[in-house]
Design a protein around this ligand. Structure first.
Ligand code: NAD
Length: 278
């Protein structure tokens, strides 16, 4: 049976490290501060924002909450970001996505000062990742690298296959694996013979957004499988993009859902906040 990669334990470890660093910064007179902006009241966003605020409180990061009404105009939102960009006491700025339809998401993300872009979505940070320069990295893929490293899973020289090419997960994931000297293939919705490709993987990262799509016949015996997907099944229970029962017996290591990749995203957001103030 596969070893379970424990995202809960690893994220807790990272949060403790952040807590210590925040306390040290406090002694130096620096109060790490994250501004969290939510526009409208999408219930899922409210849960995510609440979890981020809770994590900040636990670690000792000051969080400033901006809960703006659905009717907020793009100009008003851009003006707020401009103000926060200019504030010396604000280290990180996070705009919870998705934004209401009348607001251009790309324009908003481009307006955040790259030095405060703790989500790692600004083109300057994405470009920095691409050419191996320092910058903020998208939290979910950064968390996956930590899961692998802290579980003593070697990346260098391994066949790594990423399914999914989103800007938030798939693409930065591929770049990070390349940075760690993996041999990287990116598969997506237009990939032919997906199984042939995924069966080559020593490390298979699955970020498709389709519940339980990846079954044992996609996976090489002994592979490491990282499941990024989060869904609720017909019984309201959480499941991933990987059919865990089918795949786990064939892996050397696998992330469960919940308790795998999920908790890492917030832990890495906290890590990025600490970095923004360091
Ligand atoms: P997305 O919809 O932006 O991208 C999905 C990708 O999968 C696309 O690039 C598409 O080409 C590919 N794809 C779709 N159907 C495919 C198919 N049949 N075969 C091969 N590739 C296919 O999604 P995303 O934002 O990258 O998220 C992916 C999943 O991860 C979702 O379930 C999402 O909820 C989850 N997610 C989890 C976290 C976390 O913290 N755990 C964070 C972000 C996203």
């Amino acid at each position: 049976m596969a070893k379970l990669i424990d995202g809960k334990a690893i994220s807790a470890q990272i949060k403790e490290e952040c807590k210590e660093r925040v306390a040290k910064l406090k002694e130096e007179g620096i109060e790490v501060t994250l501004a969290v902006i939510q526009v409208g009241n999408d219930p899922a966003s409210t849960v995510y924002v609440g979890n981020k605020k809770k994590a900040c409180a636990y670690i000792g990061i000051r969080s400033l909450a901006y809960e703006l009404p659905e009717e907020t105009t793009q100009e008003e939102l851009l003006a707020l970001i401009g103000e926060l960009n200019g504030r010396k006491d604000v280290n990180g700025i996070l705009v919870q996505l998705p934004l209401p339809k009348h607001i251009d998401e790309e324009k908003v993300l481009d307006t955040i000062d790259p030095a405060k872009d703790v989500d790692g979505f600004h083109p300057q940070n994405v470009g920095a990742l691409c050419i191996g320069k320092k910058g903020f990295v998208s939290c979910t893929p950064a968390g996956i690298i930590q899961l692998l490293k802290r579980s003593d899973i070697e990346i260098a020289g391994k066949e790594c296959v990423v399914i999914g090419r989103s800007n938030i997960v798939g693409k930065p994931m591929a770049l990070l694996l390349l940075r760690e000297n993996g041999t990287v293939t990116v598969a997506h919705s237009r990939t032919r013979d997906l199984k042939e490709i995924t069966k080559r993987a020593d490390i298979l990262i699955v970020a498709i957004g389709k519940p339980k799509m990846i079954t044992a016949d996609y996976v090489k015996e002994g592979a490491v499988v990282i499941d990024v997907g989060i869904h609720r099944n017909e019984n309201n229970k959480l499941c991933g993009d990987v059919d865990f029962e089918s795949v786990a017996p064939h892996c050397s290591a696998i992330t469960p859902v919940p308790g795998g990749v999920g908790p890492m995203t917030i832990a890495m957001l906290m890590h990025n906040c600490v970095e923004s103030a360091s």
